[in-house]
Write a protein that binds this ligand. Structure first.
Ligand SMILES: C[S@@+](CC[C@H](N)C(=O)[O-])C[C@H]1O[C@@H](n2cnc3c(N)ncnc32)[C@H](O)[C@@H]1O
Length: 289
């Protein structure tokens, strides 16, 4: 697996993950079970340009970051250990805070689709789309959905500029995306969420708890998370308000994570109350005198 040699991850954590926590042989068998380039071609959009913040980083100490098969192969086995006390409970924290009955859902930065699958299970009648920049992550997501018998559409695209029409969704979500994007990109993504939602639609962002992450500088180094420090210093709550959302609220989820929810306001229309017919009747009555 193409893990970089010069990181703390390589020196300390990779051996633990690969030899003790993960079944290395099983992972290698899975990686060798398919041609990832051919499978990835099912999702690749020829006109897509990868943003510099994304293609320049070796996220999690993996060479080429998300733009290689190793990222997709190792993502689920590692993630279950970095979301204590239980990955599914934390993802469920987002599902539990959805208040609408959505008909069309977009999951941004869907990765291997773990939250996307939960969304489809929670709202089986809804059309669910998962969007991600990495074709390799989408290969895994699509495979998981098919295995679970869930009809979900997975597409390659940039959450900053998705290309979907205005007001075409009533729920937009992102889980574990914002700690991997510079704050200005997160703000652009929230503006895109605002554009994509119908009035009254909801946005929900699940990620690390910004207050508790502020002391955890070492995470940046150990897990090679290039933007997590800037993420922790910011406020998803404030970014969401700045994008135009109302009713914004952040709640802690199992101490180390948070869900921020906002609603696209329904435009206020001032109604002029004029009872002309009544006036007419009174005037007519007076005239008739
Ligand atoms: C930490 S993973 C989270 C995956 C998944 N949402 C989850 O909860 O496990 C971050 C994902 O965001 C994707 N990503 C990063 N920037 C993106 C962007 N601008 N547009 C779409 N996907 C993006 C990455 O490719 C990666 O799959």
């Amino acid at each position: 697996m193409a893990v970089r040699k010069d990181t703390i991850f390589e020196q300390f954590l990779a051996p633990i993950f690969s030899n003790f926590l993960m079944d290395r042989e099983a992972l290698l068998r899975y990686r060798n079970s398919k041609d990832w380039e051919v499978e990835g071609d099912r999702f690749r959009q020829p006109d897509l340009a990868y943003p510099a913040y994304y293609s320049s980083q070796h996220f999690h100490g993996i060479e080429q970051g998300y733009l290689c098969a190793d990222a997709a192969v190792t993502y689920d086995p590692v993630t279950k250990y970095v979301l204590p006390p239980n990955e599914e409970w934390i993802r469920q924290g987002l599902i539990d805070r959805i208040r609408c009955q959505p008909r069309r859902i977009l999951d941004l930065g869907c990765g291997t689709g773990s939250t996307t699958l939960l969304l489809k299970k929670a709202f089986p009648q809804a059309e669910v789309i998962g969007l991600d920049l990495s074709p390799y992550m989408l290969v895994v997501a699509d495979e998981k959905a098919k295995k679970a018998g869930l009809a979900i559409e997975f597409r390659q695209g940039n959450a900053e500029q998705t290309g979907f029409p205005d007001a075409s969704f009533d729920l937009v979500t992102a889980s574990l995306l914002f700690h991997e994007t510079p704050p200005e990109v997160s703000c652009t993504i929230l503006q895109e969420c605002f554009r994509l939602l119908q009035a009254g639609g909801e946005v929900l962002i699940l990620d690390g708890n910004q207050s508790s992450l502020r002391w955890a500088d070492w995470l940046t180094e150990i897990f090679e998370e290039p933007y997590i420090k800037a993420y922790a210093a910011g406020s998803v709550d404030a970014w969401m308000g700045a994008a135009g959302f109302g009713d914004v609220r952040t709640e802690e989820v199992w101490l180390l994570n948070q869900v921020t929810r906002g609603v696209k306001p329904i435009p206020y229309q001032s109604v002029q109350f004029e009872p002309p017919e009544m006036n007419q009747t009174i005037e007519q009555e007076w005239a008739m005198g």
